[in-house]
Design a protein around this ligand. Structure first.
Ligand code: ZN
Ligand code: ZN
Length: 253
């Protein structure tokens, strides 16, 4: 009998095949071995139970539909959908995805985002946009990081929500210094002229309902600046889709 037909070899091969084929993994939060990247128990335990501003998705304690800041100074987007609060345990996962090169988390985070957006959309009367635009990075920032986290999410979330994705309709023409810790007014000032619409975008945006996608909304200044840019190019409605929303406008990631 050759080695290839021996029982130990066949048993080993079956074991190896089963191991490679196994769809299981450790939950990224509690490390329980199961099928999804984040287990059902953790999803349920750390979901956002409260109510949010319809416009900027900040958590609201009262029954108001829109927060005071959005009433005083309405941003250029009409509506925001988000999956989580930027708080434990999601902040740790997003930091790994964004700053530690853990691009493999894009798939699991995009799945969680798609599920949450479907639910939020159903609850809030979702009008599907015509096109989804990821917030662009400057060429220098993208070279340094190796990927654009917003594109990595958008290229998965768009098909899941049946919305076409266009990554080349807007570009970031000005790199801004890191905005972490800056107040909103200063962020807005830094972002003036940061985005531009490309020739393809000028042809495509007129009369379109647009969703713009980013990983985290902190003060909303980046999404506000991009929303204003696409409106100037003819977009008729703009939604923001974000993976996580900070609990207050000061809790910058
Ligand atoms: Zn878990
Ligand atoms: Zn608001």
């Amino acid at each position: 009998m050759s080695l290839r037909n021996s029982r130990p070899f066949l048993a080993w091969r079956a074991f190896a095949a089963a191991w490679r084929w196994s769809p299981g993994s450790a939950c990224q939060i509690c490390a329980t071995w199961q099928r999804d990247a984040v287990c059902g128990t953790c999803r349920q335990r750390f979901r956002h139970a409260g109510h949010r501003c319809r416009c900027c998705a900040v958590s609201l304690v009262g029954l108001n539909e829109v927060c005071g800041r959005c009433i005083l100074r309405p941003p250029a987007f009409d509506h925001t959908l988000t999956a989580f609060d930027y708080a434990y345990p999601w902040d740790g996962l997003i930091t790994r995805f964004k700053f530690s090169g853990a691009c493999e988390l894009a798939g699991p985070l995009a799945d969680l985002m798609s599920d949450a957006l479907w639910t939020a959309a159903e609850q809030t009367g979702f009008e599907p946009p015509d096109v989804l635009l990821p917030v662009p990075l400057s060429a220098a920032r993208q070279r340094a990081r190796g990927y654009n986290q917003a594109w990595e999410l958008a290229r998965r979330v768009g098909p899941a929500l049946e919305v076409p994705v266009q990554a080349r309709w807007v570009e970031r023409v000005l790199d801004t210094p890191h905005q972490t810790g800056l107040p909103r007014a200063e962020r807005l000032l830094n972002l003036r002229g940061a985005f531009a619409v490309t020739a393809a975008g000028r042809a495509g945006l007129t009369g379109r309902r647009v969703a713009i996608l980013d990983d985290v909304m902190t003060t909303g200044a980046t999404l506000d600046a991009l929303a204003a840019t696409v409106r100037r190019a003819g977009a008729t409605a703009v939604q923001s889709w974000v993976l996580a929303r900070t609990v207050s406008d000061d809790a910058a990631p």
